[in-house]
Every structure is written in structure tokens, then in C-alpha cells.
Design a protein around this ligand. Structure first.
Ligand code: EPZ
Length: 430
């Protein structure tokens, strides 16, 4: 079983270039099939999730060409099949963006109903409510969603909860519907704006992305385009938190500092020095971090996808902190692993009570999900001694060349797939 082996104690120091935003790429890749000619997309992160999405797109008959490692061309004109197989949804929930894209373009789609995952039950009732409002019939049968519309028309849709997925799926489904659609109480993340900008580059007419209300005038066709995806806010935030956790000095390059403001502000509140430039942010970790309280909220609030990483930093702070997870109902599973490293964290409901300790110790760990896995790696990098992190496939879903980028910052980390390599690593850094 592949794992990361880590020798802790080396501060992360240097520059790291941030890749394209995974959560923008997944909506954009799905939307690309709606064009009536080839779409070229650059700065696509080369991670498992985008790989599965591209397989799902090929699976329904679209042409996918990998131009470079982070550039693809998609041509959806040859789509013959509107059924997205269960295997793709099982591997990544975001395959359900093909539901919005196929319904928007072909007025018909069937996709497996996604299950819950490690962080919560994650229903998609708001997606389905929106599709029905546009005139689609949506039936659930044997774990599949069948959506079909004689005529897709504009609608006024008010989301009961702020949902990234539902916002993106409804922009996809409504952008070619007949007439005017208003989406209210929408998500405002940078990746929402990126998907809207991409659809507009293909000829859609979407306004207001990034605000509480998105207005869409349906268009008859979407044409090919060339588009480059924005940098990944969460990958950048993960490395910024790594500087705080390891008392390091890390500059994240190729970022949009505005997207990182809530993370930068929290790290500064905890005593780090944060220096913003046009396309980079430098974080110099404090000698001893100050405690702070964090509540995850939809953008521009503190991102839930940064909750594990900031909690690791707070576990090393000089005092007590509160972390409240208001987006997902089960996003503290990693705390048990962190406490095995000597952290003092107690979880009651959706709040973690963190009492900072001066040092964590290395341990045998398992990544419970994508972001918690990355956070545990950062914890291991700061801990005393060796750590081994298993189930790294979760981490590889969303972090391109994670080991390479960390080693570039001085980390003692290696991906191993057998005991011999693990022993060799330990001998090298004994
Ligand atoms: C997206 O998930 C991201 N995934 C998640 O990132 C991220 O944590 C989440 O948004 C919140 O920012 C992708 O973009 C691929 P939501 P999504 O719909 O769209 C409830 C990562 O690490 N809800 O905004 O599934 C839901 O249960 C991943 O990259 C409904 O009740 O999240 C949750 O409590 C992890 N009904 C809340 O809304 C619905 O129909 C927010 O979920 C939809 C959502």
C-alpha cells in the first residue's frame, strides 16, 4: 500500500508554485462538453479527481486530448451517450456536473446518485430542485438520477443552503435554457466565478457570479474557446499553513492574494508574518503561534477545506482555541489521528476545543479524507521523529506533486510502497 514516510523537524522554507484550482477545473471540464467545437483548457491540475472527470467525459463519447500535463482539449460534439456510469460518481462526486451539462445541452442525462463521504452525507436536493424548476423531470430509480426535459426554460431559483455544487450545476443547466434564470443565495467562491467566466468565454450570458445573485440569459449555442483556470486557493492555503506549522518561511507563487485573504488574516492573527505581492504571498511562521478561534463559512468566510490545516496549526499554539465547522457535519474525523501525535483536542458536535502543545510526536497515521490527509502531512513535518501516512490516494485526489513540492521546500518526505524503501528512508534520516 503506498504511503508517505516523513521525518519531522525541518521547517518548510522557499518558494512553491501553486497549480490550477481543482474545484474550478471539475466544473469547467464538465461544461466544456456543451460547446459545438473544441475547447482548450490550460492550468488544469494533474490530480486524480480531474483524471476521473476526463475519463467520465470520454466515457460518454467526447474527445479528450492531453496536450501537455496541465492542458487538455475537449470536443463534445461526438457525444452519443447521456449515461454517466456509477463508477465515475463513486470515485468523484463532482461527476454530477455532467448531469447539469448534459441536461443543459441535450435536455437529457442519467447519472448515479452520489453517496455520502467521509465528511458528511452531502445530499444533492438543491441540485434536483433547480433542475425541476427549469422544467426537467427528475426521477430517482435504483440509485440513478434520470433527468429529462422537453423544453428547458428560465426560472427563479432560491437555494435553501449555500451550495458550491448546486450553484455550478445550475449555471451549467440554465446557460442554454430558453429565457432568463435568477439563482439566489448562491455560493460565491473563486471557483464559482471561474466557471461562470469560462461559460461566458464560450458565449454564455451569466452575470453576478461572486455575489449572492446570479442572472443568466439562456443562449442557443456555446462555441469553442481557450481558457486558463485560476490558481487553487486551498492548495495555496495548505502550504501557507505548513509554514506556520513548521515555523518555516514559505512563499506561494502564482496565486491571487485576494482569494487568500481570510487565510492570510487568520495566520497573521496567530502571529505569523504575512507579506502579499501581486501574485504571491509569503508566510513566515511565528516562534510560538498565538491561539485563535475559527468558524468555517461560505466564501469570503474561512474555507471549510482549510479547517483541518488551521486546526493542526492551532494544536501547536500557546493557548486554547475553538474551531467550529459550520458547513459539514463530520469533518473532525482526523482529530483522533492528531491526538495520537500528542495533540490535545476535544470534539463536541461541530466544535473542536483545542489546547495547544509545544510539540507533536511522529506516529503511524491514516488520511481520512483529502484535506485532513494534507493537514496530517503538515503535522508530521513538524513532529518529532518519523511518521507514516497511509491512504494517501485521498491526498493525491487534490494535490499535484505534493511530495515534490514539499521536498522543494526542504521537507524530508518520500512516497514508499514497501518496507525496504521505508527502512532505507529511516536509515538516511536516522
Ligand atoms: C464543494 O463540495 C467542494 N468540492 C468541497 O471541497 C468543499 O468542501 C465544498 O464545496 C464547500 O466549499 C468540489 O467543489 C468538487 P456544497 P460540494 O454543496 O459542492 C449541503 C475538497 O476538499 N448541501 O457547497 O459538495 C451540504 O451537505 C472538497 O476539495 C445540501 O444540503 O459542497 C453541505 O453541508 C471537499 N443540499 C453544504 O450544503 C445540496 O443539494 C455545502 O455543500 C447541496 C449541498
Amino acid at each position: 500500500m503506498d504511503a508517505y514516510i516523513v521525518k519531522g523537524g525541518a521547517p518548510l522554507k522557499g518558494m512553491v508554485t501553486i497549480g490550477g484550482a481543482k474545484n474550478a477545473a471539475l466544473g469547467i471540464l464538465a461544461g466544456a462538453i456543451m460547446a459545438d467545437s473544441t475547447v482548450s483548457i490550460d492550468n488544469v491540475p494533474n490530480v486524480r479527481d480531474t483524471g476521473v472527470m476526463l475519463q467520465a467525459i470520454e466515457g460518454i463519447g467526447a474527445k479528450v486530448q492531453h496536450v501537455y500535463s496541465n492542458s487538455v482539449q475537449i470536443n463534445g460534439t461526438g457525444i452519443t451517450n447521456i449515461d454517466v456510469e456509477y463508477d465515475y460518481i463513486r470515485r468523484i462526486r463532482a461527476s454530477y456536473y455532467l448531469l447539469g451539462a448534459l441536461l443543459g445541452k441535450y435536455h437529457e442525462a442519467s447519472v448515479a446518485l452520489p453517496g455520502g463521504c467521509a465528511i458528511g452525507s452531502r445530499p444533492i436536493d438543491q441540485h434536483l430542485k433547480g433542475f425541476r424548476a427549469l422544467g426537467a423531470s427528475v426521477d430517482l430509480d435504483h440509485g440513478m438520477i434520470y433527468a429529462k426535459a422537453e423544453h428547458l426554460h428560465g426560472a427563479h431559483i432560491y437555494f435553501d443552503v449555500v451550495s458550491v455544487g448546486a450553484t455550478i450545476n445550475l449555471m451549467l443547466a440554465a446557460c442554454m435554457a430558453d429565457g432568463y434564470t435568477v439563482l439566489e443565495n448562491v455560493a460565491k467562491e473563486p471557483h464559482i466565478v471561474d466557471v461562470a467566466n469560462f461559460l461566458n468565454a464560450m458565449g454564455a450570458d451569466i452575470r453576478g457570479a461572486g455575489t449572492d445573485v446570479i442572472r443568466i440569459n439562456g443562449v442557443r449555442r456555446l462555441h469553442g474557446t481557450t481558457y486558463s483556470i485560476i490558481p487553487d486557493q486551498i492548495e495555496a492555503g495548505t502550504f501557507m499553513a505548513g509554514a506556520a506549522i513548521t515555523h518555516g518561511d514559505v512563499t506561494v507563487n502564482n496565486v491571487i492574494p485576494k482569494h487568500l485573504e481570510c487565510i492570510s488574516a487568520k495566520l497573521a492573527e496567530m502571529g505569523c508574518t504575512v507579506i502579499e505581492d501581486d501574485e504571491s504571498v509569503r508566510v513566515i511562521g511565528a516562534e510560538r503561534l498565538r491561539p485563535a478561534n475559527v468558524k468555517t463559512l461560505p466564501y469570503p468566510g474561512f474555507p471549510t477545506d482549510m479547517q483541518p490545516q488551521i486546526t493542526v496549526a492551532l494544536s501547536l499554539a500557546d493557548g486554547s482555541s475553538l474551531v467550529t465547522e459550520s458547513i459539514f457535519e463530520n469533518r473532525f474525523k482526523y482529530v483522533d489521528e492528531l491526538n495520537r501525535m500528542g495533540a490535545h483536542i476535544q470534539v463536541e458536535g461541530n466544535t473542536a476545543y483545542v489546547t495547544g502543545v509545544s510539540q507533536l510526536t511522529g506516529a503511524q497515521l491514516a488520511a481520512p479524507d483529502l484535506r485532513a490527509g494534507a493537514a496530517l502531512v503538515m503535522a508530521a513535518l513538524s513532529a518529532d521523529g518519523f511518521s507514516k501516512i497511509e491512504d494517501i490516494h485521498f491526498i493525491q485526489r487534490g494535490y499535484e506533486d505534493f511530495v515534490g513540492k514539499l521536498r522543494g521546500l526542504g521537507a524530508k518526505i518520500e512516497e514508499v510502497d514497501d518496507d525496504y524503501k521505508e527502512r532505507k528512508f529511516k536509515l538516511r534520516y536516522a
